[in-house]
Write a protein that binds this ligand. Structure first.
Ligand code: ZN
Length: 292
């Protein structure tokens, strides 16, 4: 499932072909993804110019020269493929910013196609169709149920130790459970929370209200660091197509805890072994020795 860094990577990959570009042709090959597409989906988008492509939590927001904003969520398996006219040049020659698939995506999962006036073709594939798209009024977007209760972006200035201290005050649940609560911080998922807690050496099970402010400061710094590193890795995957593992939005990381049960903890000076425990229905990977 794409997490915040993957969505940000997709945003970075799509922005050059969509931002400032007019959608000359829009095709919806089926009436629904996870939810029905709005009846006027194609009509509103055809001829619209994408003024800005941004991200909020795990949503991609294409602002338009229209009243509505195109909101896109990749779900579990959504991905975009970009084809540009110049890609038809030298056989197999890829240029920076182009994207290669290890295996060509199955055309029967190509659900939405956007073609810009400049000739770029952006195709949305989603085999499982947990992704969704909607047109939401731009002026009231932040009041929509998908966005109304969201906490701050983890890479924004609003996300700091004081914010976590207030959000965690008196809470007995583990820090990990609360960091996955989108009302406390937006867009964090299981993998990056496990990574950040390991790097900050904080137990995922420690009652959140009992974590000191200096340790929360460390935690905030590590959350920012793991996300920033992953976004940078995603960006480099986009630049170096040879490392792409299957297209825009999905890339392999080496994680320090995630999926490393039974392997050595990588924190300096720690001889612990990564354990796994199911917490609130999700696998938590952690080091029982250095994470207190
Ligand atoms: Zn350790």
């Amino acid at each position: 499932m794409p997490e915040l860094p993957e969505v940000e990577t997709v945003r970075g990959g799509l922005a050059p072909v969509l931002e400032g570009h007019r959608l000359a042709r829009v095709e919806a090959r089926r009436p629904d993804l996870r939810f029905p597409l709005p009846d006027n989906f194609v009509q509103v988008l055809t001829g619209a110019t994408v003024t800005r492509l941004s991200r909020r939590a795990k949503y991609l927001l294409a602002s338009l020269d229209r009243e509505d904003t195109l909101v896109m969520h990749l779900g579990m398996s959504g991905r975009f493929e970009i084809a540009r006219p110049e890609a038809a040049g030298a056989e197999g020659a890829m240029r920076p910013g182009q994207f290669a698939y290890a295996a060509a995506p199955d055309p029967k999962h190509a659900h939405i196609v956007f073609e810009t006036e400049a000739g770029a073709k952006v195709t949305y594939y989603d085999p499982r169709r947990f992704g969704y798209m909607a047109l939401l009024n731009a002026a009231t977007l932040s009041l929509h149920p998908w966005f109304a209760g969201l906490g701050p972006e983890p890479l924004s200035d609003a996300f700091d130790a004081a914010h976590l201290k207030a959000a965690f005050a008196g809470r007995k649940q583990g820090a990990k459970t609360l960091l996955l609560d989108q009302r406390i911080v937006a867009g964090l998922g299981n993998i990056y929370v496990c990574e950040a807690l390991n790097r900050a050496r904080i137990s995922p099970f420690k009652p959140a209200g009992r974590i000191s402010k200096p340790r929360l400061q460390t935690l905030v710094a590590e959350i920012r660091a793991v996300l920033t590193e992953a976004i940078a890795a995603g960006g480099s995957t986009l630049r170096d197509y040879a490392q792409a593992d299957g297209g825009l939005g999905y890339f392999q990381h080496r994680f320090r805890t995630y999926d490393r049960e039974g392997e050595s903890c990588l924190n300096a000076g720690c001889k612990g072994v990564i354990g796994r425990r199911v917490q609130a229905g999700r696998s938590t990977f952690y080091c029982p020795v250095c994470q207190k």
